[in-house]
Write a protein that binds this ligand. Structure first.
Ligand code: TXA
Ligand code: MG
Length: 345
């Protein structure tokens, strides 16, 4: 794989990245959630390159990344509706961080970014390198996750190079992402908030901050006019078939099978052991990946996409992945895995 465009985030590299972005080129950027594929958010020609590089439908809008709260009025309607502004005040304390707010837009934001909607998705990422880059640029950055459309999101600079090397001018290496799962997306309207995508900031936390319940989105379809256009059911899928691990179905597995476990299996586990033996005694897992020794779900989220990518590159017949309670960060983990396992092979 070609790593020649990956740069350590020195002052010079950040300056160079800002110059590339000002010229309308694409740059891979680190964030605390996943890596982004960035372009100048105010340049529709540059933004069009993002859609082409990802193979993303132009109906699926992008998130605009800011360096600080004072830049919000650059991209949102001015003034914001009072009831929306009050909610922004309560939630913006979570910035910089893994939260995206969908707000009424300013006409300064090109239609290419918002897919012609009257809202814009905004966030201040919790990665210092990228906030420095945005400050250096002097303009906001539109950035989706830096993966080919419908593939697993990237959590390292190498993942970005794997999928998009020929499309980027450079990739800033900010290390492995801390959260490992895309930001929580919340739409704010005068009558309250709606969760569009679960993430590390949970619905419970949002409701607590707002002092009001947060609505959930109705079940998704593939309709282009969805409120959350990127939330199609079949998303985040590796090319290898992937299913949830079921200890009662271990004797029917294909020849080359990998398993992603959320915690270290205990030796008292009934159906299998970490020696990767099935109950029948046959070797059933070619690879056995443990995401967190103790089953800590923050750690699971951090390592999940990298593990899926690693196993996907092994040419296995099947990947079996654990599941968890869909609460707290578990809601975001199960959201991504339900999508990944939804593909019919
Ligand atoms: O953590 C993240 O959010 C990462 C990093 C790079 O910031 N970005 C990311 O972008 O996940 P992307 O494009 O992969 O997902 C953005 C989601 C899509 O599902 C898109 O449909 C939704 O945000 N979105 C963007 N603008 C929207 C809008 N105006 N209304 C509703 N949904 C919107
Ligand atoms: Mg994405």
């Amino acid at each position: 794989m070609n790593h020649s465009k990956i740069h350590a985030p020195t002052d010079d590299a950040i300056r160079l990245a800002a110059q590339c972005l000002a010229r309308g080129e694409l740059v891979g950027i680190p964030t605390e959630t996943v890596y982004g594929l960035a372009a100048c958010a105010l340049d529709p020609v540059a933004v069009a390159k993002i859609f082409a590089a990802k193979g993303r439908p132009s109906s699926n809008p992008l998130i605009v990344h800011l360096a600080e709260l004072s830049q919000l009025s650059l991209v949102t309607a001015e003034p914001l509706d009072d009831a929306i502004a009050a909610q922004v005040d309560l939630l913006s304390v979570l910035w910089p961080g893994p939260m995206t707010l969908v707000l009424p837009r300013s006409s300064r934001v090109p239609d290419a970014v918002t897919a012609g909607r009257d809202t814009v998705a905004v966030r201040i990422p919790g990665h210092e390198i990228t906030r420095r880059l945005i400050r250096q640029c002097g303009f906001p950055l539109a950035a989706p996750s830096a993966n080919r459309s419908k593939y697993v999101s990237p959590t390292t600079a190498e993942h970005v190079a794997e999928g998009l090397h020929e499309h980027v001018a450079m990739i800033l290496d900010g290390g492995a992402c801390d959260c490992g799962i895309e930001s929580t997306i919340v739409m704010l309207e005068p009558d309250g908030a709606t969760l569009l995508r679960p993430g590390a900031i949970t619905r419970e936390e949002l409701a607590l901050r707002l002092g009001a319940p947060v609505r959930l989105l109705a079940p998704t379809t593939d309709d282009e006019d969805l409120v959350a256009p990127g939330m199609m059911r079949e998303h985040y899928a590796p090319s290898t078939p992937i299913r949830f691990f079921d200890p009662t179905q271990l004797n029917d597995l294909p020849a080359r099978c990998g398993r992603i476990a959320f915690s270290t299996p205990t030796s008292s586990g009934t159906q299998f052991s970490s020696e990767t033996q099935c109950s029948s005694g046959t070797q059933c897992f070619e690879v056995f990946k443990v995401l967190s020794k103790t089953g800590d779900l923050d750690e699971v989220a951090k390592h999940l996409f990298a593990a899926i990518r690693e196993l996907d590159a092994m040419g296995l017949d099947l990947i079996l992945v654990d599941s968890c309670e869909p609460s707290g960060i578990g809601q975001a983990i199960m959201d991504r895995l339900n999508r990944a396992t939804a593909r019919i092979h």
